[in-house]
Design a protein around this ligand. Structure first.
Ligand SMILES: [Zn+2]
Length: 281
């Protein structure tokens, strides 16, 4: 599930690999993957890749005066391959074939087709609804006042921090790490944080930068499909907390789970799933 650190390293590696490459042709085997129709994908032919960057959790590939804004959702991957995809490759969603024989491929694993892309004028990316509505980037951490305003909402921190309109880049994995780092309960309300807690939470965003540094060391020029995510709390229920040794707990709801250290984050309370589902309503 790619979040800010994973998209950042993806954008950096793709930027290094693709700058200056020229598009031969582009097509979208994925049904409904393109959310825009004008300009058509064919307009990319002959365009040169200028750079690859990201907004929140969305990579953007700039080609000539156009830009491809991509949302990988939970199972999408964006990678460069030396050879073209087989027409039988059912994971292919968007294929951008380069004149040098390589191919930039948006793929998606699993049966659901959720990943999407928009082809836009490069100078109108910032105005696109998905970009314009993003909150401040979670990394580098915003200034105290900006962050304090972003989290000053009467909502639980777990969904609040994952809301891209509040703050951009955090998802289900890194929210657990950030809250653990800040020693805050996932169910504390954003608007109940005092100034010291806001600052602790803001400083905890450094785990995102730490993850990017980790990827810089661990990931070579070629991106693997599965990045070595340096998670210490998320999905570690049953293991000792790396800081205090207390057993990490999990609460489950809907399609995902939250992990936390009860000693340091919830005043010793172990949260029941039943309680959680009630709280989230
Ligand atoms: Zn602990």
């Amino acid at each position: 599930m790619p979040e800010l650190p994973e998209i950042e390293i993806t954008a950096r590696r793709l930027d290094a690999a693709l700058q200056g490459a020229v598009v031969e042709s582009a097509l979208a085997p994925g049904m409904n993957v393109m959310k825009t129709f004008d300009p058509p994908l064919e307009a990319l032919a002959g365009k040169e890749v200028r750079r690859v960057r990201r907004f929140g959790k969305m990579p953007v590939v700039e080609l000539g005066e156009l830009a491809l804004l991509v949302h990988l959702m939970s199972a999408g991957r964006l990678r460069v391959f030396d050879k073209r995809a087989s027409p039988k490759d059912r994971a292919s969603r968007v294929l951008i074939r380069l004149e040098d024989g390589r191919e930039l491929r948006l793929r998606e694993f699993g049966t659901k087709q959720r990943a999407w892309a928009k082809l836009l004028a490069a100078d109108s990316i910032a105005a696109d609804e998905m970009v314009a509505t993003l909150g401040p980037e979670a990394w580098p951490a915003p200034p105290h006042d900006t962050f304090a305003a972003a989290v000053d909402q009467p909502r639980h921190l777990h969904p609040l921090l994952r809301d891209q309109r509040a703050i951009a880049g955090i998802g289900r994995s890194w929210v657990d790490e950030i809250l653990w780092e800040a020693r805050l309960s996932p169910f504390k309300q954003g608007s109940d944080l005092d100034s010291e807690e806001v600052e602790r939470l803001r400083k905890a965003l450094h785990v995102l930068g730490g993850a990017i540094e980790h990827y810089e060391e661990e990931v070579g020029a070629e991106l693997p499909d599965k990045l070595p995510m340096p998670l210490r709390i998320h999905r570690r229920e049953g293991e000792p907390c790396p800081r205090c040794g207390t057993t990490i707990e999990a609460v489950f709801f809907a399609e995902h789970q939250t992990n936390y250290c009860p000693a340091e984050q919830t005043g010793g309370r172990v949260l029941k799933d039943r309680r959680l589902s009630r709280l989230l309503k």
